[in-house]
Design a protein around this ligand. Structure first.
Ligand SMILES: Cc1ncc(COP(=O)(O)O)c(C=O)c1O
Ligand SMILES: N[C@@H](CCCC[NH3+])C(=O)O
Length: 419
């Protein structure tokens, strides 16, 4: 499966701009983002899910330009903090197409969301109902809310991202009765309207089965209350990080869940809810490529290729054991490929970008490397470990490059150090 952006010449250019030129112009490490690819994925999702809602999950990657693209393509936006909301607000993203998530929303998150008038707030705990109701009481219109329910579905993914199972911090358990209790609480609040139910069963889910089970369980639960207008099935749609992998087949997924919801509603005699999905990774992951410069090559028990980034720009291998492929950019020497382990510059032995990946045997300091499929949960999860400044995000389109987020500087980092 192709894991490079739509407009890429793999390992050579993206959006008509040579990767070597991008590295020279913007330095390394750098995140490159294919605007066409992002827009194309937004359109594919809207088409596959029509007439339902598609909300882009901003946690995967958000900046002002991304929010604009998502708005222009007619998607909703899922935010999960006042910070993400501020980005959306700064570009005038329509409030009625924003959903606020969070298992620990702060008073600032809730106030900002109510002030801006977001379309939906997804309630995640019993205590949140009274807090939100009190804050929403001052407004002219009641706030539409969804309830995040834990449907008890195991999507068979890494434990850290299996969020549909009972034993975890997100949502309200269906099995224990916590969800039913919170439905009753919401229905008692005149400042809140229960628009529907939500679930998000996990990440990197490649098959629709778990979604179908969750949808059926949530519809059955809705039927206890005579049905509800909306069912939000969250995100978590898998993408291929390496050529031998496959992502979720989105049209097939849409078919399966639509059929399941229709069957379940008809069996229970309730009206069909409209659906919402919240893909993040599946919109933006494959649009991104990270560029690194090789700093050192060390031969020993294995060959380590040390690059000028690492776990501060890509924490996913450390967090989830994620695997990537990697390519050398530019000169082709005809050297045979050999397995190497590409590691970062941080003070952690586990700071690996890609273990046991093939690279030309003559890889050497100064070479440029490109890692595809790094558009989601890279920039948004980047850190300043070892006081390393975060890379820029550069958008490419039609042969032109423009910075969306500039490279952090040592001054940026020092500015917060006020002691
Ligand atoms: C509630 C919710 N919606 C959507 C997403 C987006 O997930 P993904 O980027 O895997 O599609 C997440 C993150 O996993 C989430 O927690
Ligand atoms: N951040 C994760 C997954 C969790 C997404 C948010 N619920 C990743 O990189 O894969």
């Amino acid at each position: 499966m192709n894991i490079w952006p739509l407009t890429a010449e793999p390992a050579q250019s993206v959006g008509g701009v040579p990767l070597t030129e991008l590295a020279e112009g913007f330095g390394t490490p750098a995140y490159v983002l294919d605007e066409e690819h992002v827009r194309h994925r937004c359109r594919e999702y809207r088409k596959a899910l029509h007439p339902h809602r598609v909300a882009y999950a901003g946690k995967a990657f958000l900046c002002r330009a991304m929010a604009r693209w998502v708005d222009e393509e007619g998607l909703w936006l899922d935010v999960c903090s006042a910070g993400e909301l501020a980005v959306a607000r700064s570009v005038g993203f329509p409030a009625d197409r924003i959903l606020l998530h969070g298992n620990g929303k702060t008073p600032e998150d809730l106030t900002a969301a109510l002030e801006y008038g977001v379309g939906r707030i997804v309630v995640d705990s019993a205590g949140e109902v009274a807090r939100l109701a009190a804050l929403a009481g001052d407004r002219r219109h009641p706030q539409k809310v969804l309830l995040r329910v834990t449907p008890g579905v195991d999507p068979h993914v890494h434990r850290a991202v299996a969020t549909g199972v009972e034993d975890q911090k997100f949502g309200l358990s269906l099995a224990s009765g916590a969800a039913a209790d919170v439905v009753r609480r919401v229905l008692l609040q005149p400042s809140l309207v229960l628009a529907g139910l939500h679930c998000h069963i996990g990440s990197q889910i490649g098959e629709p089965d778990g979604y179908e089970t969750a949808a059926r369980r949530l519809v059955a639960f809705m039927a206890e209350f005579g049905g509800l207008p909306e069912l939000d099935l969250g995100g978590g749609h898998a993408v291929a990080y390496r050529p031998e992998e496959h992502g979720l087949d989105v049209p097939a997924f849409a078919d399966r869940v639509e059929t399941a919801v229709a069957e379940e509603c008809s069996a229970r005699g309730i009206p069909e809810p409209s659906l919402t999905v919240e893909p993040g990774r599946a919109i933006v992951a494959a649009a991104g490529v990270t560029l690194y410069r090789v700093i050192a090559v060390k031969h020993g028990a294995r060959t380590f290729v040390v690059v000028d980034g690492g776990m501060s720009d890509n924490p996913r291998p450390v967090l989830y054991g994620s695997r990537y492929s990697i390519a050398r950019v530019g000169h082709r020497t005809g050297a045979a490929e050999t397995p190497v382990t590409v590691v970062g510059r941080h003070c952690e032995a586990g700071d690996v970008i890609a273990a046991d990946v093939p690279l030309p045997a003559d890889v050497r300091p100064g070479d440029l490397l490109a890692v595809p499929c790094t558009g989601a949960y890279h920039h948004s999860m980047a850190s300043n470990y070892n006081q390393v400044a975060r890379p820029p995000v550069v958008a490419v389109r039609g042969g032109r490059a423009r910075p969306l987020v500039r490279r952090e500087t040592p001054e940026d980092l020092m500015r917060r150090d006020v002691g």
